[in-house]
Design a binder for this molecule. Structure first.
Ligand code: PMP
Length: 445
């Protein structure tokens, strides 16, 4: 009745064959989630983590129990969220020198490290200038309103991250959504918005910004960036690219989706990224032309009124980028990049061979395994955890109601044995829960 009253489609199949307990629990969780951001099985990740292993991939010690398990849920793509022979001593030094916080806004809270990282990020992503923010989420939600406002048009991918959605809503600009990763639908929306479907020379918008992500975090999909840029150029729209999951994780030298797909960074107007994934730190950045960065430095409240990024966090990113670029004097960066690519492609192809429905593209370290039925969420994550594999499950409203999934994140610091163990567990649990939707590929003789 509740589903009917809310006009939620597909309520019948969800309830078929479920134990009463699960049905009640599911109702409560979904009810709870209208207006709240998450619906998932609590066991594997709503607990307090007190300690992780050195590589953050093995032990997750929680307040309720200590579980030595394989961590397949962290964004620790290059394994920098761990003690590192190059990064850690430098981070400790910076802590001693600058302390954990500048306790000041950028006006008097800019250390040499902050300017060094801004220059390094600009060089790394191939843009003339960059600006730092204390948080990736805030980078999107605070920057978008500084770039566009009333009279402007934002055209946003339908699966863009919540920080982009909030930034777009807060900007006061008109927001239109195009079908996920569809350059053809983007063109349709642009044509409709510019000319109202009629041949017209007048352009009714002060400015148009198209916002996409490099790798979609719930889909594991690579952005069709070259095609999207071509459409934007044709209709003279600016491009804004969120590289939270692609910077450092893909591309021959870790420079992200542009490097992977052969796109010239000059063709992307605004590049956004976070330090919370590949670099094992926190914070975010915008890289763009000198004029845009200058404009942000003088107008963005999150730059003018917020405490500058923590110096040890800045130092961690500087050191991680130097390792990635080989400027630490070793080839560990190249090895990490080769490893994450190999690991991701191996894991994805093995899952597919087993008969799972896996979303996303090759080279992407994010791989969602489709569960569909929300009742399979607790069953899958609990059973995996019991067998010592921690997975993150994602459901409504982060995904449509009947498109629940387990989202695996692969790291360069997973060993081949780790991955084989995980595949074994996931296969067994997949049989138990009934989520192998395709026939398994027969083994090659
Ligand atoms: N953009 C995207 C695409 C993200 O997935 C996230 C968080 N996972 C953010 C922005 C926010 O970044 P942070 O967690 O560093 O605040």
């Amino acid at each position: 009745d509740w589903f009917k009253a809310k006009n939620v489609k597909g309520y019948a199949p969800i309830c078929l064959g479920l134990e009463d307990f699960y049905v009640r629990r599911l109702y409560l969780r979904i009810q709870d989630c209208f207006g709240r951001p998450i619906a998932s099985a609590p066991d594997s990740w709503f607990d307090v983590v007190e300690r992780t292993s050195k590589d953050s991939n093995k032990t997750l010690q929680r307040t309720s129990n200590t579980t030595r398990c394989l961590n397949l849920g962290s964004y620790n793509y290059l394994g920098f969220a761990a003690a590192d022979e190059y990064c850690t001593p430098r981070v400790i030094e910076s802590l001693k020198k600058y302390s954990a916080s500048t306790c000041s806004v950028r006006v008097d809270g800019t250390t040499k490290l902050h300017t060094e990282l801004e220059e390094l990020v600009a060089r790394f992503v191939g843009k003339p200038a960059a600006i730092l923010f204390g948080m990736g989420y805030v980078t999107n939600s605070a920057i978008i309103p500084c770039l566009i406002g009333k009279g402007g048009l934002i055209i946003s991918d339908s699966l863009n991250h919540n920080s982009i959605v909030n930034g777009a809503r807060g900007s006061g600009a008109t927001v239109r959504v195009f079908q996920h990763n569809s350059p053809a639908h983007l063109e349709e929306v642009l044509r409709e918005q510019i000319a109202g479907g009629q041949p017209r020379t007048h352009r009714p918008w002060k400015k148009i910004i198209v916002i996409v992500e490099g790798i979609y975090s719930m889909e594991g999909e690579l952005c069709k960036l070259p095609e999207i840029i071509a459409v934007c150029k044709k209709y003279k729209a600016y491009t804004y690219l969120d590289e939270a999951h692609s910077i450092g994780a893909v591309g021959q030298s870790g420079r992200g989706i542009c490097e992977l797909l052969g796109v010239d960074p000059a063709d992307v107007d605004i590049m956004m990224g976070t330090f919370t994934k590949s670099f094992g730190s926190c914070g975010g950045y915008i890289a763009a032309s000198k004029e845009i960065i200058q404009h942000l430095k003088h107008s963005c409240p999150a730059h003018l009124y917020a405490t500058s990024m923590s110096p040890p966090a800045v130092q961690q990113v500087i050191s991680a980028i130097k390792v990635i670029l080989g400027e630490d004097g070793s080839n560990r960066g190249a090895q990490k990049l080769a490893r994450i690519r190999e690991n991701s492609n191996f894991f994805r192809s093995e899952l597919k061979k087993m008969g799972f429905e896996v979303l996303g593209d090759n080279d992407s370290p994010v791989m969602p395994i489709m569960l569909y039925n929300p009742a399979k969420i607790p069953a899958f994550s609990r059973e995996c955890l019991r067998q010592k594999v921690a997975v993150v499950t994602v459901a409504f409203p982060a995904t449509p109601l009947l498109l629940a999934r387990a989202r695996i994140c692969i790291s360069a610091s997973h060993t081949r044995e780790d991955l084989i163990t995980a595949l074994d567990v996931i296969s067994r649990v997949g049989d138990l829960v009934g989520i192998k939707y395709f026939p398994a590929e027969p083994p090659k003789i």
